[in-house]
Design a protein around this ligand. Sequence first.
Ligand code: ADP
Ligand code: ADP
Length: 239
Amino acid sequence: DPIISFRHVNKIYSNGTVGLKDINFDIPRGQFLVVVGLSGAGKSTLLRTINRMHEISSGEVLVDNESVSDYKGKALRQLRRKIGMIFQNFNLVKRSTVEKNVLSGLVGYYPTWKCVLGLFSADDRKRAFQALKRVSLTNKLFTRADELSGGQQQRVAIARALMQEPKIILADEPIASLDPRTTKAVMDTLQRLNREDGITVIVNLHSVELAQQYADRIVGLRAGELVYDEDIADVTTAA
Ligand code: ADP
Ligand code: ADP
């Protein structure tokens, strides 16, 4: 069974801009999928229809065989918990410590005021430590987020996403603002989570070269349409 399916998905923004046009494909569980395309091609829109940060205009997006449009209230919050999201600009609280940023991934489990006051249990702090272990940053637990390099900040964002124990990680241009060395650390981290924990990873990238290096499969978007879909495993076998 695919973990995510797009069935004739269209997205037209309220100003008339076409975001997605008849998108139709399945994403198998455990795949490392890279979405490529020029700026404005619809990559970000595609990613955001999966956790319903954007509503689609027609068609269906299925996660675990259930249409995401049918989720409401508590079920929608649970859907979003299954799906970790990573952004280009990390979205960390800059003046907060790494530990507090990671613990904030528990929002939704805790009332917001508890997060604001930092009232977390010893058990949750243990989990935060484990999450930081998986991104190789336990030495930065009490460092302020804005004292880290961009690549380290992005790994903190990944650790924060891991607090939800997601089955899917969506990464929207996660390395767009990073240099090549820290880019590798971030991409390697995503690869490890995919291979060792079986998390389905979907990454939007500009760089086709980087896509070929990490992806099981590459799909290409142009003007909201899926114009390319290639299984990397097949390519290397054929070569
Ligand atoms: P949705 O249909 O997903 O609710 P909206 O059309 O309501 O999205 O727009 C959401 C926000 O994004 C609005 O504040 C809008 O002004 C802003 N926005 C408009 N055009 C763009 C654009 N080209 N890129 C990014 N954001 C945009
Ligand atoms: P990409 O991630 O590939 O750069 P996007 O998904 O951000 O592409 O954008 C796809 C198209 O939708 C672009 O034409 C963009 O300007 C437009 N768009 C994105 N967000 C909004 C929005 N909130 N409101 C209106 N148009 C938008």
